[in-house]
Design a binder for this molecule. Structure first.
Ligand SMILES: Nc1ncnc2c1ncn2[C@@H]1O[C@H](COP(=O)(O)OP(=O)(O)OP(=O)(O)O)[C@@H](O)[C@H]1O
Ligand SMILES: [Mg+2]
Length: 391
């Protein structure tokens, strides 16, 4: 389980160290930085899949994703006596992301290429440093794998003392060590961290318009994991029925729509989602379901996955659901949090209230102060210790 999420200089997240529990509910006004937190976590997940640099470039490169305020606020500005003014940058450009659990931590530091660089890939940031350490907080003696620029060092043990070996092959500035290095014998921690991150799952704003892939007929193959656009919804629901907790699926659907039951329509191996409802002679097909009904089915498929991820992150799952459905959604989320660590960004008071009543839940309220995302009531949170690796 993750205990700490740390972000620095990513959009409105100037520096935020977030404590995490088994079930985390993130709320706050529009523009407070909830989705930025979600995006930062997804970027972190992309490091283990080799997608962090392209994803940042798609967001406009470091120039656009970097915190747009000053490096520090003077005391007068913080007290509200003066307006924020531009200053000359003293520190190097550095966007940092990291997380830690009880056993391992990981951090990545991204910056700009050297000024003399002649490369045309001007939107590509450069990976300056990456570290994996043991325990919740980075200490020099706890470092296990350490990348500085193109060089990777790995710690081994010989005769009870640490012995560092440097990889012969330098890594490219746009490759994470997580994707470039794969020897399980010399760096088992790296493989463990990478596999953990690769299992993280993110769901936000499923499409439910008439062309949404969840409404279409799709090839039906075993799908223990719902695709992030929901394209394999029918197959995912059928997989839950066959190898997962079908009773929980029926309960969740019956709970939300009285008397309704999921019935997959099978067109010779191609599946279409169907919902049998009271008073109707045939199940309603994908194209006939209302937006909210379809979205609820998508969320149920995501939350009842027979192969639960280490971490499940949902951004505003309440979108287009009637408030009466929120208590059943909360029950599904609470159930998922028994198997996966869960982080939910939400605006819906009923969902938030229902989740807050669950054991092990923690509520994090964000707000913006001088443009930067901050905790609305830091006193209620147990902010963990965190240390960034230096360049
Ligand atoms: N590079 C940047 N530097 C500083 N702030 C930024 C930067 N990019 C975006 N922001 C700010 O981040 C905020 C957007 O945050 P975000 O999208 O996370 O909001 P939210 O809490 O999800 O809101 P909503 O409830 O509307 O979805 C905006 O107010 C925007 O001004
Ligand atoms: Mg948002």
């Amino acid at each position: 389980m993750l205990t700490t999420l740390a972000i620095a200089n990513y959009r409105s997240l100037r520096e935020l160290i977030v404590p995490l529990g088994p079930l985390n509910v993130i709320t706050g006004p529009n523009g407070s930085g909830k989705s930025n937190l979600y995006r930062a976590l997804r970027l972190l997940a992309l490091t283990a899949r080799g997608g962090v640099i392209p994803s940042l470039a798609r967001e406009g490169g470091l120039q656009s994703t970097l915190w747009a305020g000053p490096e520090r606020f003077s005391r007068a500005v913080a007290a509200g006596d003066y307006a924020v003014q531009g200053t000359v940058r003293k520190d190097a450009v550095s966007l940092k992301l990291g997380f830690a659990g009880e056993s391992f931590g990981y951090a990545i530091d991204l910056g700009l290429p050297p000024p003399a660089s002649t490369s045309q890939f001007s939107l590509d940031p450069v990976i300056k440093r990456e570290c994996i350490w043991s325990g919740p907080v980075l200490r020099p003696s706890a470092l296990l794998v350490d990348r500085q620029g193109p060089m990777i060092r790995i710690r081994g043990e010989s005769g009870g003392s640490a012995e560092w070996s440097t990889l012969a092959q330098p890594v490219a500035s746009f490759d994470s060590m997580m994707t470039e290095y794969a020897d399980p014998r010399s760096a088992p921690e790296m493989i463990a961290v990478r596999e953990q991150i690769r299992s993280w799952r993110f769901y936000d704003h499923f499409r439910t318009d008439e062309y949404a892939s969840a409404r279409q007929v799709q090839i039906g193959t075993h799908s223990p994991v719902l695709a992030d656009d929901g394209a394999n919804l029918a197959a995912a629901l059928q997989t839950i029925r066959e190898i997962g907790d079908g009773a929980a699926l029926d309960a969740a659907i019956g709970d939300a729509f009285a008397g309704a039951r999921v019935e997959i329509v099978n067109h010779e191996g191609r599946f279409e989602v169907g919902l049998r409802q009271e008073g109707l002679l045939r199940p309603l097909r994908g194209a006939e379901l209302s937006d909210g009904t379809l979205r609820y089915l998508l969320l149920a498929a995501a939350l009842l996955s027979p192969r639960p991820p280490a971490l499940l992150v949902l951004d505003e799952p309440e979108t287009s659901l009637h408030p009466d459905l929120l208590p059943s959604l909360a029950r599904l989320i609470a159930r998922a949090s028994k198997q996966s660590q869960v982080l939910v960004v939400s605006h819906a008071p009923r969902l938030v209230a229902a989740l807050e009543r669950e054991a092990g839940s923690q509520s994090i309220v964000l707000e913006r102060r001088l443009g930067a995302t901050a905790f609305a009531d830091p006193d209620t949170l147990d902010i963990p210790a965190w240390k960034w690796p230096a360049r």
